[in-house]
Design a binder for this molecule. Structure first.
Ligand code: FAD
Length: 317
């Protein structure tokens, strides 16, 4: 099965495609220039990775993203490197930088100090996360003045300054959640605490996002849900990521990449076509904002943006 729609969703989107005319209309709509994008990078660990990151930032800069974000180690392990990458983005590009900030292992004072420092350097956007629980501490408890959940982190950040905060959302339900409704309640708490939007974990079937968007709407969530798009560079790596975060890898996707482990060029083409189909399917359902997990590479993300009509010199109004 291809990544198209099987799910007849509710009021949040435009409805299912019924005819070839609808399909042509929606395909034309995907070239309209009202799409917003954001790009996620991770802080480089050495000089070679640093060079790759900066080539990618420079390449994607021309697409005028809403923001570019830089990830943060769950236990604060990348604190300096995340800060350095963010500082360089601010210093050397016209881009809006959004550092990720996690709260596992951190006390309130440390979080407030990091947030204040970012605010003082002109940062207004933050992606606020709890972070994964440490695998070697099954009975992990936060420090006495620390945070159990991202909703508490969001409230703390809003207390420091009026940041524009993005949080995480899970179309396939976060692995620790009691159930899907409890996970949605948590998302609502994060938005009620002051977050402006939620970026989703990656997924490959457009239906997963559309069903999630409808469930969220029924639960009274009216903030923007931004689909997180992961262009696939290496399939075995993807399966590992997906296993770790509870995202499903559909059989049709496995089949498309079968036999391509040693064929970089064909793999790139398949990866581009899969992701373009995915964003087109979402676009046809009214989605106009996308977040790309770039893994510090720009080629696939650039191509997918091109297909969405996001091109150099054509920033969304
Ligand atoms: C867009 C995006 C970016 C990310 N960036 C990073 C990054 O830079 N660094 C990193 O380490 N990780 C990152 N992650 C991964 C994220 O840290 C993990 O998924 C983490 O396990 C959960 O973080 P959260 O902010 O969603 O946590 P929370 O929203 O706190 O939720 C964690 C779990 O607790 C449950 N929960 C929340 N509140 C309660 C409550 N009151 N009672 C009971 N259960 C509750 C939730 O349902 C969920 O199962 C990212 C994820 C996404 C989607």
């Amino acid at each position: 099965m291809a990544p198209g729609r099987r799910y007849a969703h509710g009021a949040a989107g435009r409805g299912c495609l019924n005819s070839l005319t609808d399909f042509c209309f929606d395909t034309m709509m995907t070239t309209a220039n009202d799409v917003q994008v954001s790009f996620e990078f991770f802080p480089p660990a050495n000089e070679k990775m640093q060079a790759t990151l900066w080539r990618s930032v420079k390449h994607l800069e021309s697409l005028a993203p809403r923001f570019v974000s830089v990830t943060y180690g769950a236990d604060g392990s990348t604190r300096e490197r995340t800060h350095d990458a963010v500082e360089r983005i601010v210093r050397e590009t016209p881009l809006t930088a959004a550092p990720h900030l996690t709260c596992i292992g951190a006390g309130r004072g440390e979080i407030e100090a990091i947030a204040q420092e970012y605010w003082n350097m002109g940062i207004r956007d933050i992606v606020a996360l709890r972070g994964d629980l440490p695998k070697d501490q099954p009975d992990y408890r936060p420090p006495a003045d620390g945070f159990h959940y991202a909703s508490e982190l969001v409230a703390c950040l809003k207390g420091v300054a009026d940041f524009d905060i993005s949080v995480a959302a899970y179309p396939e339900v976060h692995p620790e959640a009691r159930n899907a409704d409890a996970d949605l309640d948590n998302l609502k708490r994060k938005l009620d605490a002051g977050a402006s939007r939620a970026i989703t974990q990656f997924f490959f079937d457009a239906d997963l996002f559309l069903e999630f968007r409808d469930r969220a709407a029924r639960a009274g969530i009216d903030s923007t849900l931004v689909p997180g798009i992961l262009p696939i560079t290496r399939f075995p790596q993807l399966e590992k990521f997906a296993g770790a975060c509870g995202a499903s890898v559909p059989d049709w996707l496995r089949e498309r990449f079968a036999g391509l482990d040693d064929d970089v060029e064909t793999r790139q083409m398949i990866a581009a076509s899969v992701a373009i189909e995915q964003v087109q399917a979402l676009r046809a359902e009214g989605v106009d904002e996308f977040h790309f997990y770039t893994l510090n590479r720009s080629e696939l993300t650039f191509a997918i943006c091109h297909a969405l009509g996001v091109r150099p010199g054509k920033a969304a109004a």
